[in-house]
Each structure stands twice: as C-alpha cells, then as structure tokens.
Design a protein around this ligand. Structure first.
Ligand code: XMP
Length: 532
C-alpha cells in the first residue's frame, strides 16, 4: 500500500475510531520514530505518531495522557528547523523530550543549546547518574546509552535539574519534576541503550500513569462497531481481496460488521502461486460464506505482459490492468459506495522522513488494495491504526488459520517478478511447480517459522543436462531463502543440506522445463529480496 493511498484520509485522528488517551509521539524527523511508538504499544499502551505541524490538532483529538518529542536531524537554531507547538508544554500532561526533543524544550523554555565543541557524539557512551528521579528508577549508577547528536545543552532552563551526565554531555538526562517535563539527550528507544526500555516504562506507566489497556487481540468488537457506524444500516462495501494477511483481516472484520453487504473482489491475474485461488475460495466462500467475486483475468494479464521483459514495465502493466479489472467489477455493484482496504498504520504515518525529500524508486510497488483516488468511494480502513504484527494478533483473534495469519509476504505483481525475462504460461507452470515443491519441503520440516520468505525464481538461462541418457536444454531455477525483521534489510539463509537435496532432486525430476537448481546467497542490501 502506498503512503499516497493512506494519505487520502490525511492520516489524522478522525479515522481512529475515537481512541483517546495514550502517548502522542511528535516526529521531528528521527529514523527511530516508529520504534518509539512500537515500544510504547509493547507496554500495552496506545500510541500515535504525528508531525510537528499537526500537533495541536492531534492534542485536541486524542487528548493524550503524555507526549514524547522525538529526535531529529536538525539544529534548533536552523532557520527552517521544526518547531515545538507551545500547546504541548501548556497542556499540563507529562512530556518527554528525546535528543532534538530535549533541545527544543530547552530552547523554548529559555535554556541554551549550542553546537558541541567536541563534534558529534554518536554511538555508545557511558552515562553516570547524578541525582535520583522516578524517570531513572532501576537504572545503574553507570550504564551504556546510545547517543546521536551534534548540539548539546549548555544551560538548562530555570527549574530543571540535571539527572545524569556522559563524558561529553553535561546534561544527558534532566527534569523539571514539578511541571512533569523530562528530557534525555540519548535514545532510550534503541536496544543498545542498556536501561532504555525501563526508562520509557518509568515515564509512560509510572510518571504519566497511562493505562495499559491496548491489546490488539481484543479490539475486534470495537472495530466492528466502528465499521457499522461508518457504513450505516444499508451501505455496501467492495474490497479487493488478495488472500494476504492485511486484506483478509480487513475483509473478515467488515464481514463481521455488515455480512452480505460486503462484496470481495479476488482477481486471478494468472500470476498466483499453486493452490492460491483455491485456498481463498475455500476459506472465504466455503468457511466464512462471504460474497467473493473471483474474476478470471488470467488471459488479459498474460496477453498484456507478452513480450515484456523489463521489470519496471511488468510492474506498471500489472498495476494498471489490476485497477482496470477491479473498476469494471466494482461498477457492476451499483450500491457499493464504500471501498474497503487493508491499509496499515506504517502506510499512513505522516512522518517528517516521509516528507523529507525524494527517494530513488527501486521498484514501483503494486498492491491489490492500493487503488487510485478517482474511484470516488468512501474508504473503510479498519487497520489504519495497527502495525503489522498487531494485525496478525487481530487475525488470530478473529479465528483466521495460522497458515494465513503467519503467511510469508507475496508481492502484488506475483510470480511475474520471479519469472525473469518473458512471462508466459509456458514458463509460469514450471516456476509454480518448483515453488510449490520448495514450500512443501520447508514447511514439512517446520523450518518456515524462522524465515521471512522462501521462494523459487525462474531464470531465462538455459543449460545442458542429461536425463535418461538424453540431452536436455532447459532453464535454471534459483532458491531464495531470507530472514528479515521488516524487509528493509535481509540475510540469506542456508537450508539444511538434506532439505536442499530433496528440493533439488524433486524439482529436477518432477518439473519439466527446469534442469538445474541454484542457490541465491545475496543479502539485502546490496541485493533486494525479490529478483525484479
Ligand atoms: P524487495 O524485493 O524490494 O522486497 O527487497 C521487499 C519486500 O516487499 C515485497 N514486495 C512487494 N510487495 N507489492 C507488494 O505488496 C510489490 O510490488 C512488492 N515488491 C516487493 C517483497 O516480497 C519483500 O517482502
């Protein structure tokens, strides 16, 4: 799902179903902002991220119990440095400033921030406590913290006390306890800060007294009520179902809310894995009794892709044809004025980083749920405030099978980006078979729970082989197996030799069109997970 899609609703508080309280995190451009929000949710406390310009609006809508000001790459004295909304310090709720957030507090309340004469302080540093504070309860007198800053505070505002120092930083931690304002020059959210998790807990649970009632596995009923309210007594929803985790969980929630007034559209683009369409039909039609319209568009996609070998062209064609097919099907549903989508929270967070400039397009992503604005339908996005693993927890609560909830990611353009060179049914068939064999062998040994993705890729490279005394001249396939936390980086993984042997033997003996199996041992970066 693109950020642009999420952006249709502005990523603001009104879509969050009236969740109030919790911790508002203001993103001043740090790479760690989502990490701060995740850490807080892991404590069972609701948290949201906003950009500096929307802080006032979010304060009013969310009425947070506490506010955290993140770090950021700027200096407070830069002309265009993001500013702290004065409402934050005026609201009377506990505030924690981290790094740039600390410097903003200091600057706003009359302290002094200056470039560090020793240069940047980056990475691990020893911190020594110099005063007691509820913020640092349980922290050792000396501990390791993670710093990343160029400026430092040389004079704290009136009413502030220094709590800890590091060698180059006279105010590594400070507080104005009376006003409930706390500040850290280091990053408690990164795992390298030894007592970082404790410090965040001290602030969120003890100092701010936030209630730990955020449990993604227990929110199904609230979501269902929200959908009913939005769609009303007679509204109908159309939803692009891919069989992936996000669209499936969204579909089950909407179905629970409005039953047969949900119409799912599943597009068979001819680029699916073995058994995928049948799996979706059996689960959603037979078990859940949903209205799923399976559109057989295999020929249409494959004829549009004929002769195309450029990866970006393939992706663009698939994205365009999907939208065309979806629109045509949606047009047959006269009464469906709502569009259901499995948009997640990371897709809608308005982060400073997201606005921070152009990033190079490595691959133009296509997602089944990502539809253009001109559909002119009202969006129903029940997962807009959830992170991916929270969606999985919700899926479990809704009774979706583990095979779906814990399913490995599968790209929107499907096997087309794993069928290097020309995409044709003739080449997709062996790829589909090889991929199915690989999955079967890995899952039979229960190796999949530690793997992020495992799949086969077909290369447009022919090599000579010999089978039953006959010469073969067929294509090669590659086994791609990776571990990852978030797909941003990935490591290649080596399967046990006996499993590799079985996969290789079965593919070469059983799959006509492939006579050689290779291993991909490239990490991301510099490679990517998919080959195209
Ligand atoms: P790369 O190949 O960029 O992939 O390392 C990162 C992750 O994204 C998945 N992927 C996609 N997912 N639509 C999707 O929904 C796409 O167009 C797409 N392209 C790549 C890929 O499988 C991996 O998990």
């Amino acid at each position: 799902m693109s950020a642009g899609q999420g952006g249709q609703n502005g990523g603001d508080a009104r879509t969050e179903g009236g969740m109030k309280g919790g911790v508002l995190v203001v993103d001043f451009g740090t790479q760690y902002c989502q990490l701060i929000a995740r850490r807080i949710r892991e404590m069972g406390v609701y948290s949201r991220i906003t950009v500096p310009e929307r802080t006032g609006m979010m304060m009013a809508a969310m009425q947070p119990t506490a506010v955290i000001l993140s770090g950021g790459p700027r200096s407070v004295y830069d002309a265009d440095a993001p500013k702290l909304d004065p409402q934050v310090l005026a609201a009377g709720v506990p505030v924690l400033g981290i790094c740039y957030g600390m410097q903003l507090i200091s600057d706003q309340l009359g302290g002094k921030v200056e470039p560090s004469s020793e240069g940047r302080e980056y990475g691990r540093t020893n911190m020594n406590l110099v005063a007691e504070s509820p913020l640092l309860k349980g922290v050792s007198a000396e501990s390791v913290v993670w710093m990343s800053h160029g400026d430092k505070i040389t004079a704290l505002p009136e009413g502030f006390e220094i709590l800890a120092r590091s060698e180059p930083c006279p105010a590594a931690a400070a507080e104005n306890r009376e006003r409930g304002i706390y500040a850290l020059q280091f990053h408690p959210e990164v795992s390298h800060s030894e007592f970082g998790a404790e410090i965040l807990r001290n602030f969120v649970l003890d100092i701010a007294g936030c209630s730990a009632d955020w449990e993604p596995g227990c929110i199904a009923e609230r979501k269902v009520a929200e959908i009913q309210k939005l769609v009303g007594e007679s509204g109908e929803v159309v939803l692009g179902l891919s069989g992936g985790v996000d669209s499936s969980v969204a579909a089950v929630l909407v179905h629970r809310a409005i039953g047969k007034r949900l119409h799912c559209v599943f597009v068979d683009n001819g680029l699916l894995r073995k058994g995928e369409r049948e799996g979706v039909e059996s689960l959603f039609c037979d078990d859940y009794h949903m209205d799923v319209r399976v559109v057989d568009a295999r020929e249409r996609f494959l004829s549009e892709l004929a002769g195309v070998t450029d990866p970006e062209k393939k992706r663009k064609i698939i994205g365009r044809v999907f939208v065309e097919v979806f629109k045509e099907e949606a047009a047959t549903l006269d009464n469906a004025h709502f569009l259901g989508q499995g948009t997640l929270y990371p897709d809608v967070i308005e982060s400073v980083a997201a606005h921070g400039g152009a990033t190079a397009t490595i691959k133009s992503h296509h997602n089944v749920g990502g539809l253009p604005k001109d559909l002119n339908m009202q969006l129903v996005e029940p997962l807009r405030d959830l992170f991916k693993d929270e969606v999985r927890a919700l899926g479990r609560e809704l009774g979706l099978p583990p095979s779906l909830v814990d399913r490995q990611p599968f790209p929107g353009p499907g096997l087309a980006v794993r069928c290097l060179g020309e995409v044709s049914e003739e080449r997709l068939t062996p790829l589909r078979e090889a991929d199915a064999i690989m999955r079967e062998e890995i899952e039979a040994k229960s190796l999949h729970s530690n793997l992020w993705q495992y799949f086969a890729v077909l290369l447009p490279v022919q090599s000579v082989g010999v089978m039953g005394d006959k010469r073969t001249y067929e294509e090669a396939c590659v086994l791609r197996v990776v571990s990852s936390q978030d797909a941003m980086t990935a490591d290649w993984e080596l399967l046990p030799v006996d499993v590799l042997q079985r996969i290789s033997n079965r593919i070469i003996n059983q799959v006509s069109g492939i006579n050689r199996v290779c291993l991909d041992i490239s990490s991301k970066p510099p490679a990517t997970i998919e080959w195209e």
